[in-house]
Design a protein around this ligand. Sequence first.
Ligand code: ATP
Ligand code: MG
Length: 207
Amino acid sequence: MGVFITFEGCEGSGKSTQLQLLKDYLTKLGVDFIFAREPGGTVISEKIRSIILDKSHAEMSDECEALLYASARAQLLNEVIIPALNAGKMVILDRYVDSSLAYQAYARGLGFDFIAKINDFALNGCPPDLTLFLDISPEDAFKRKGGVDESDRLELQGLNFHTKVYEGYLSLAEKFPSRFVKVDCHGEKLQTHEKIINILKEKGYLR
Ligand SMILES: Nc1ncnc2c1ncn2[C@@H]1O[C@H](COP(=O)(O)OP(=O)(O)OP(=O)(O)O)[C@@H](O)[C@H]1O
Ligand SMILES: [Mg+2]
């Protein structure tokens, strides 16, 4: 069996940045890995993604959205993740079920049990071996990007929502201590990258 690693964190926490650094590192090392972003990663999942992201779907209910995420994830799991793990590959995902728990369960308020239940059905229990949570508050991430416009009602509302997401992630870290690792990512990009490589080595996933 391969190893299943997911990256989680708030908007702008540096997931894409760190994933690119990790992909370059693994490629140089000759590690057999696959990468996918959520929602997406298969023809069907990308179609579901476009339904979720379509701006004209303003009437979409929170429940519909949560089920669509789980559907896209189920397809990715069956079509891509499980075959890759069975082939002994390292599977790396930009977001997975913890994003649904942080965003839909905690921030949107649909509750942990409901989101966990639909994802348990969709995924038939297939948790990651390791979840790297890029730990930076949305406030600090916004500051790093150049700051939130205080006069912008939507940006301020956004910060409240994203703070709930962040708190959701912290709850998940407490709930799943064996697989959830917090990575302080306030430092330089390469410092965070080094921390991630060290964690993968400590876990025995890299030499
Ligand atoms: N350690 C860092 N120091 C300074 N800037 C950083 C650092 N990490 C990331 N950034 C910058 O912060 C911004 C957001 O990073 P990135 O796109 O990787 O985040 P993300 O978690 O993938 O966001 P999203 O959830 O929106 O996909 C980018 O402009 C990136 O260059
Ligand atoms: Mg990203």
